[in-house]
Design a protein. Structure first.
Length: 218
């Protein structure tokens, strides 16, 4: 049985929250697989995504060109609060029906975009800070074909890098990361492979929901 976006986001949030809450203040200036973003900037970007996609679930207008400073005060606690609101927003009965965003994409497709950001950026932050991160199998099963379908448009709009080469033995997470242009073997200070880009579903989000990017390519 196909899981709802709310159920998938809840599973993704359960895996992402320990990563974000475990970030030490001394790690905020460190590099990430998104070369244009340090840890602080990537957390800030993920906050913006989580907040704006709550609004998209409610069919409200959003503006990704405005990025407030979220990483202040008890930002770890507030990130948990905002992800809970995201799950709640995408769990409302009927939320996956119809369309949302300026270009009128199917609502479930828009929900998959934030599911992708929450999952892939959690991996980015985990890899940058040395945290453990293993996405839920149900989330990977949904995102694998979903992001692969979005990838051609994302590359055309310079939001995904070229697919990173991985072997036939690569697992589902490595294949997902490779589709976005990320090197699954990336480590802080490493030189192997190409850096990923900030947006996992940025191209589709740009044209379909915001009209502006809100992300920076590596």
């Amino acid at each position: 049985m196909t899981q709802t976006i709310g159920e998938l986001l809840e599973a993704a949030a359960d895996r992402a929250l320990p990563v974000v809450r475990g970030i030490d203040d001394g790690q905020l200036g460190g590099g990430t697989p998104c070369a244009a973003y340090d840890v602080r900037a990537l957390v800030n970007h993920l906050f913006l995504v989580v907040v704006n996609f709550q609004a998209l679930a409610a069919r409200e207008e959003v503006d990704f060109s405005q990025e407030p400073e979220f990483v202040t005060g008890d930002w770890r606690g507030r990130f948990g609060d905002e992800t809970a609101r995201l799950v709640e927003a995408w769990s409302v009965p009927g939320v996956e029906e119809g369309t949302t965003g300026r270009m009128g994409l199917p609502a479930r497709t828009v929900g998959l975009m934030v599911l992708g950001d929450l999952t892939v950026h959690a991996w980015d932050l985990a890899r940058a800070t040395g945290a453990d991160f293993v996405p839920a199998e149900s989330v990977l099963d949904e995102l694998g074909p979903g992001l692969a379908a979005m990838a051609p448009q994302a590359r055309e709009m310079k939001m995904f890098g070229e697919p990173f080469p991985v072997g036939e033995e690569a697992d589902a997470l490595d294949r997902l990361l490779a589709v976005t242009g990320r090197d699954p073997g990336w480590r802080p200070g490493g030189t192997a492979g190409a850096p990923g880009v900030a947006g996992t579903s940025g191209a589709a989000r740009t044209s379909a929901t915001t009209g502006v990017t809100g992300t920076r390519q590596a």
